[in-house]
Design a protein around this ligand. Structure first.
Ligand SMILES: Cc1ncc(C[n+]2csc(CCOP(=O)(O)OP(=O)(O)O)c2C)c(N)n1
Ligand SMILES: [Mg+2]
Length: 345
């Protein structure tokens, strides 16, 4: 059970993440209608929002330190916030601005923060192997740092994940795999493509222990994650946690969700992990004024980051081929090749 101070921290993280997604949902629409043009408006490109999934990373990352590594999938703002990334550079990256954490070249799905050992990728299950690399490095350096790899339930049949389980087990690595089960992989319900109801059982064939948290109660996630992270830190090897979360928004902005029954969408909104946490805080004697003040401060921080990011400069097109693993197309002559021997005229 989290302490009162930890309950406050969890609430701060979860309300920051929820409001962040609600604000971005509105920001993203600007300029894109009436004809849906995803390159228009202040946030260009795709946007996958994670409202309803906050309990998973909040309950896990509270046990982590800056030196621990987190790898995350495409739907991950809530994870980045839980890992403690600064909101301003992260938001500028989502807006494609030059002061973003990746100088505006990564965008929302590729936020990277080397100081907090955080990286996200758009490729499903791609983060599992880099998490092994971080865990192996920690082990070889004799530190007690750990790595946590977040993935969706739609990723648990991916080869990268299945191979990662084997490698983690054989090398007894300090890694925790956290599966956020939001029932859907774009338009595909979990039961149509996956043979196990409980994704944490994917570890059974590798002797990796697994726990499923059936509700998105952050207190239950906290307890499960404390054990898994401790196990990794103490040198006792990998584990898996699956958390039932709820996708309150569409797969990505612009998805009309025509495949999704209304009842399912409504049910996702009925089970609110944030309201549940408020009730828990109340039961622990944290008064309403204090709860309101934490939420208010969280909203202010989000508003500040968004206002700041909107005002940031766009990247200079001349710098498009700097800091990327590709060479300029033929005809672009004034940039050093990114790869030795790469094409350049
Ligand atoms: C290797 C790979 N295959 C397919 C895709 C396209 N794709 C993007 S998101 C997604 C569904 C992922 O579902 P899940 O892992 O459950 O995450 P969620 O979107 O529900 O958060 C797919 C198939 C991709 N990005 N990478
Ligand atoms: Mg999913």
């Amino acid at each position: 059970m989290p302490s009162e101070q930890q309950l406050r921290h969890l609430y701060d993280v979860m309300t920051t993440a929820r409001y962040y997604e609600e604000r971005l949902q509105e920001e993203y629409k600007e300029g894109k209608e009436p004809v849906w043009d995803i390159s228009a408006g202040p946030i260009p490109g795709e946007l996958h929002l994670a409202a309803g999934q906050e309990a998973a990373p909040a309950g896990v990352c509270i046990h982590l330190r800056d030196g621990d590594t987190v790898t995350a999938p495409h739907r991950h703002h809530h994870i980045a916030i839980a890992k403690g990334l600064e909101l301003r550079p992260m938001t500028a990256e989502i807006y494609g601005r030059s002061t973003g954490s990746g100088q505006g070249k990564g965008g929302h799905m590729h936020i990277f923060d080397p100081e907090r050992n955080y990286v996200a990728s758009s490729i499903v299950a791609q983060g599992t192997a880099p998490a092994l690399g971080a865990a192996l490095a920690a082990k070889k350096r004799n530190t007690d740092d750990v790595a946590v790899s977040f993935l969706g339930e739609g990723a648990i049949d991916q080869g990268a994940f299945l191979e990662s389980l084997n490698f983690a087990s054989v090398h007894d690595l300090p890694v925790v795999f956290v599966v956020e089960d939001n029932d859907w992989a774009i338009s595909m319900p979990k039961e149509r493509v996956t043979d196990v109801e409980n994704g944490a059982r994917r570890g059974a064939g590798h002797d990796i222990p697994g726990t499923r948290v059936d509700s998105d109660d952050v207190v239950e996630v906290f307890d499960a994650a404390r054990e898994a992270v401790k196990r990794a830190r103490d040198g006792n090897g990998p584990s898996i946690i699956e958390v039932q979360v709820h996708r309150r928004m569409a797969h990505f902005m612009g998805d009309a969700e025509i495949y999704r029954p209304d009842a399912d969408r409504e049910a996702a909104k009925m089970r609110d992990s944030i309201e549940r946490l408020e009730a828990t805080m109340d039961a622990h004697g944290i008064d309403h004024e204090e709860i309101d003040a934490i939420r208010q401060r969280a909203h202010e921080a989000v508003d500040d980051a968004i206002e700041w990011a909107r005002d940031q400069p766009m990247p200079d097109p001349e710098e498009a081929y700097e800091h990327v693993f590709t060479n300029p197309p033929s005809g672009v002559t004034d940039t050093e090749p990114a790869v030795e021997g790469g094409a350049q005229e």
